[in-house]
Each structure stands twice: as C-alpha cells, then as structure tokens.
Design a protein around this ligand. Structure first.
Ligand code: C5P
Length: 222
C-alpha cells in the first residue's frame, strides 16, 4: 500500500525541514516539487533565457533533460544526468522562479513527472498546489503557515549559519512577501489551502513540535 502526504504553504514556512524529518521517520520519499521549478529556472538562466520569454521557454523545455530519480526513501532531481545542488537556491533563481512557474505549460510538464512518480511510491511532497492539484487524493494534507516576519527571520538565521549572509533581514522579508504575492495571485494553481487540508501555524512552535503534530495526523492513515 502506498500513502501520499501533501504539504503546501508559503515560502520558507518550514515545509522542507518538516517533510524531510517525517520522511525519515516513516521511511518514505520526500519529494521537493519546488526543486523542479528551480531546476527549470536555473537551466533557463544558464541558457540566457529570460523568465518573461514564454516562447523561448516553451521551446527550451522540450530540450531539457530533467529526470526525477526516486526509490522508497529517496528522491533526487537530475539535470543532464547530474544531480542538482545549491545552484538552484541562488538569489537569481529565487527571484525568477515564480514567473517561470506561472506558465501553464511549465506546470503541466512538472505535474506529469510528479504524478508519475507518486503512482509507484509512498511520498511526502511539498509545494504550493500539491493538495489542490498534484495529489488531490492525498490521504493527508497539511497547510503550513507562519507570519512573513517569522519566516524571514528563520531564513536570515539559516543563511547566517551557512555563512551565506548576502541579503539583509529586510531584503529577505521583501523577497518573501513578493514571492508569496506572485504565487498566490497567479491564475493557474495558485498557492491556497485545499478545503480538506489541516492548517498548522508554526510561528510559535519548534520543529520537533510541528513534526510530532503532523505525525499524529498521519498515524491513523498508516
Ligand atoms: O518550495 P520553493 O520555495 O523551493 O519553491 C520555489 C518556487 O517554485 C515557488 O515560489 C513557486 O513559485 C514555485 N512552486 C510552485 N508550485 C509548487 C512548488 C513550487 O509554483 N508545487
């Protein structure tokens, strides 16, 4: 039997941290859907294609070799047979990804790959439209939120720890607000809570508390 768990929410709400820990505990694959949109955006920028050039993006998308590798407890995105790394987390990619991911043909391309993958494996998948569009039949749907200020502070601390403090707290906050605005207002598959999703506000919770809370929601389905 396979189980599908959907975790949606705004930028930097802790989705990947929480989903990774749960995947480890349940011994299932954590699927980072945002990483695929980021990989496409990275590859476009590498080819000097701008996010507003829809015709060039459409054409280029057919040329890309983007593969999702998965196993029971493993998931990886590969670009031209190479595993992708931190290059998809750069400021440039982050600034352009929302525009690229708003194109319907980009979303179709990604959704097809995600749905194929989750047919064969139990997954915990995070993103913006997993509970609403990609896995509407998911057994458990979580919508993770936190105030924009809390999310910016967490991202700032994370960057500091990684010695990657290239943006001030204020810049991070503005970038988060802008990306949420773009992701929430696009016509296709906007960021929103599925009707049957449970909202968890993580503003005043530790990672462990959130993980335990979500695990207790999954447990009855196992
Ligand atoms: O999750 P992450 O912040 O890495 O996602 C990067 C961007 O990819 C989001 O801001 C959004 O524009 C897009 N995205 C999306 N749908 C998803 C996952 C990500 O549109 N399911």
């Amino acid at each position: 039997m396979t189980i599908q768990i959907a975790i949606d929410g705004p930028a930097s709400s802790g989705k990947s941290t929480i989903a990774k820990q749960i995947a480890r505990q349940l011994n299932i694959a954590y699927v980072d859907s945002g990483a695929i949109y980021r990989t496409i955006t990275y590859a476009l920028l590498e080819n000097n294609i701008q996010p507003n050039d829809s015709e060039a993006i459409k054409e280029q998308l057919q040329q890309f070799d983007i593969e999702l590798m998965a196993d029971q407890d493993y998931f990886e995105v590969r670009l031209n047979q190479q595993p992708i790394g931190l290059e998809i987390r750069s400021e440039q990619v982050t600034a352009a990804v929302s525009e690229v991911s708003a194109y319907p043909f980009v979303r179709e391309y990604v959704n097809h790959k995600l749905q194929q993958l989750s047919r064969n494996y139990s997954v915990i998948m995070d993103g913006r439209d997993i509970g609403t569009v990609v896995l509407p039949e998911a057994e458990v749907k979580i919508f993770l939120t936190a105030s924009a200020e809390v999310r910016a502070q967490r991202r700032y601390e994370e960057n500091k720890q990684r010695n990657q403090l290239t943006q001030s707290y204020e810049d991070i906050l503005q970038a988060i607000i802008e990306r949420d605005r773009y992701d929430s207002n696009r016509k296709i598959a906007p960021l929103r809570k599925a009707e049957d999703a449970i909202e968890v506000d993580t503003s005043n919770l530790t990672v462990e508390e959130v993980v335990n809370k979500v695990i207790s929601m999954i447990q009855p389905q196992l």
